[in-house]
Design a protein around this ligand. Structure first.
Ligand code: PEP
Length: 256
């Protein structure tokens, strides 16, 4: 039985005071509900400068810290980059890799993401690996081919043990920040397909344990239906994670 997982991707939002307040509100709301921590894993992924602040706010609680990206090298002459060693040192448990905003706005390729995935796993981070098709790709009926190629491109060369520490996030690009979420049926189809790919490449045991999150305009209203699909194991939440009450409502849907 896979545990549900709800992660907040704050993107390039908040300031120091707001990051501390938001994290404290999520921790307080989460621990106040008996049984939620047994049913749902929760992570907050603030911008790099606020990792330390959020690390303090979640310390001693069941809420985990995550980052939104990392470089594949451990250290060196990479001005402006942050290494997985540093993230682990700062208290991160998770790192989001391959987010569509990095693929499409910063030009990250599957090959680069593959290096990052391997480096993050070697440094004891659990990877939240995002994959997803654009609107054009969906309209051209290429969704499953795109998912297959992104998944293979980002995860090839991993051992089964390493793959067991990867969380997948199906994030259709057309649904991110648009208010147009995938239907529960579209999400289920994509998630079941991704699980079949994990099974094909890494075996049914790993596939059965792999958490696959849905991301893309997931909000309190659509969370109950989306999170009740058999292969939807939680959500990667952008906009709605910036409001503690809305984020907690999504966690509540996951705890049902
Ligand atoms: C995201 O950025 O990963 C995301 C899913 O954003 P939103 O929830 O705002 O669509």
């Amino acid at each position: 039985m896979r545990k549900k997982f709800v992660a907040g991707n704050w993107k390039m939002n908040t300031d120091a005071a707001r990051a501390a307040e938001l994290a404290a509100q999520v921790v307080a709301g989460f621990v106040a509900q008996p049984g939620w921590a047994e049913k749902v894993q929760v992570a907050l992924c603030p911008p790099f400068p606020y990792l330390g602040i959020v690390a303090q706010a979640v310390k001693g609680s069941p809420v985990h810290l995550g980052a939104q990206n990392c470089h594949h090298e451990a250290s060196g002459a990479y001005t402006g980059e942050v290494s997985p060693v540093m993230l682990h040192d700062t208290g991160c448990h998770y790192v989001i890799l391959g987010h569509s905003e990095r693929r499409h706005k910063m030009g990250e390729t599957d090959a680069q993401i593959n290096l990052k995935v391997k480096a993050a796993l070697q440094n004891n981070l659990t990877v939240i690996l995002c994959v997803g098709e654009t609107l054009t790709e969906r309209q051209e009926q290429r969704t499953l081919a795109v998912l297959q190629s992104q998944f293979h491109g980002c995860c090839h060369g991993l051992s089964r043990d390493a793959m067991a520490k990867v969380v997948l996030a199906y994030e259709p690009v057309w649904a991110i920040g648009t208010g147009h979420n995938a239907t529960p049926e579209q999400a289920q189809e994509a998630h079941a397909f991704l699980r079949s790919r994990v099974s094909e490449e890494f075996g049914p045991d790993v596939a059965g344990r792999t958490q696959i999150l849905y991301g893309g305009s997931l909000v309190p209203d659509n969370a109950p239906q989306l999170l009740s699909q058999p292969d939807v194991d939680g959500g990667l939440i952008g906009g709605a994670s910036l409001d503690a009450a809305r984020f907690l409502k999504i966690i509540e849907a996951g705890a049902r």
